[in-house]
Design a protein around this ligand. Structure first.
Ligand code: MEV
Length: 319
């Protein structure tokens, strides 16, 4: 697929395709609360978005969504990255090809992964010499420009890989248990859900404020539990976090049904990951129960992705 699409793209001079990739992510704790400065714990997972680039006469962005130039409807994140590189380098034309294992708009960090992989690929092509911190920072600026508001979580974790506490940017031990994702295939808009929580918080600050701080407290407790590999306790806190996400209105019946299916079939714990309202839930489970949990989420109607934590963040795949 990648090669045949690439052959249709008009390249400039000798083929010098550079391919970079970045991972998706799941939240163990803290989505939404992190927007209010509370800590969150996020884990990079072993499903990746790959971006290939080459010099060209004009700008072409190609993915399963279509072939465009700079186009903020079809390819908003990549378009914003290209414009950023036009500001900092002599970039005029480039061919960009995207292929992804991360479902779009599902809470698994697809936007961050395509943003970060594109930044790294263009950095390599144009020799701009960006460090990892620069890549994460530019990725965050791009997400903020496209979404209006975004925490640094997704872009930081998918740049660095591993399990990370935000906003402290503290790397924790990699979790060694099964990670099972259930996708509702219901598209959810992060921008709208974040705005809904903000409205609720403005209307009932004394009610919503303590819920958001309580979610933050779970991340604080979760930090020690990740490093002592106490997955039973992490699972219990994930279940409580799920209850609080439901309370702030970002749940839906499918997400609830998949989380109960996962818990009833041997998961340590299960919750929404990402903005909610659709998108995905995540369960963690002992390795020997992964198949049972995956089957139960599938039987409840979820599209299942079985994955694992990865400490590999953005990387060069080929030069
Ligand atoms: C979306 O993946 C996570 C939210 O916390 C928004 C953000 O952190 O930007 C809902």
């Amino acid at each position: 697929m990648l090669v045949s699409l690439w052959n249709d793209v008009p390249h400039k001079g000798a083929l010098k395709m550079i391919t970079c990739s970045a991972p998706g992510k799941v939240y163990l704790f803290g989505e939404h609360a992190v927007v209010y400065g509370e800590p969150a714990i996020c884990c990079a997972v072993d499903i990746r978005t790959r971006v290939s680039v080459d010099h060209a006469d004009s700008i072409t962005i190609r993915s399963t969504l279509g072939t465009t130039g700079i186009d903020f409807e079809t390819h908003p994140y990549v378009s914003a990255v290209v414009e950023r590189f036009q500001d900092i380098s002599s970039l005029e034309g480039v061919s960009i090809l995207i292929s992804s294992e991360i479902p779009v708009g599902s809470g698994l960090g697809s936007s961050a992964a395509v943003t970060i992989a594109t930044i790294k690929a263009l950095d390599m092509l144009l020799g701009t010499g960006l460090e990892l911190d620069d890549i994460a920072r530019m990725g965050h600026e791009v997400e903020q420009r496209v979404q209006g508001a975004a925490s640094q979580t997704d872009t930081y974790v998918c740049t660095m890989g591993g399990v990370v506490m935000i906003p402290q940017r503290k790397g924790l031990d990699l979790i060694d248990c099964g990670i099972i994702v259930g996708n509702t295939n219901i598209f959810s808009s992060t921008k709208e859900l974040v705005a809904n929580v903000s409205d609720l918080n403005k209307r009932f600050p004394d009610v919503i404020g303590p819920i958001l701080s309580s979610i933050g407290m779970m991340s604080v407790a979760g930090k020690g539990l990740v490093n002592t590999k106490d997955y039973v306790s992490i699972g219990k806190l994930m279940n409580i976090n799920q209850g609080l996400l439901d309370a702030i209105g970002v749940g839906c019946s499918e997400l609830s049904s998949f989380t109960y299916a996962a818990r009833n079939s041997g998961a340590y714990g299960a919750k929404i990951t990402g903005a909610g309202g659709g998108g995905c839930m995540v369960a963690i489970a002992p390795h020997e129960r992964v198949d049972d949990v995956a089957a139960a989420i599938g039987a409840a109607g979820g599209e299942v992705i079985v994955t694992k934590a990865t400490d590999v963040g953005v990387k060069v795949e080929s030069l």
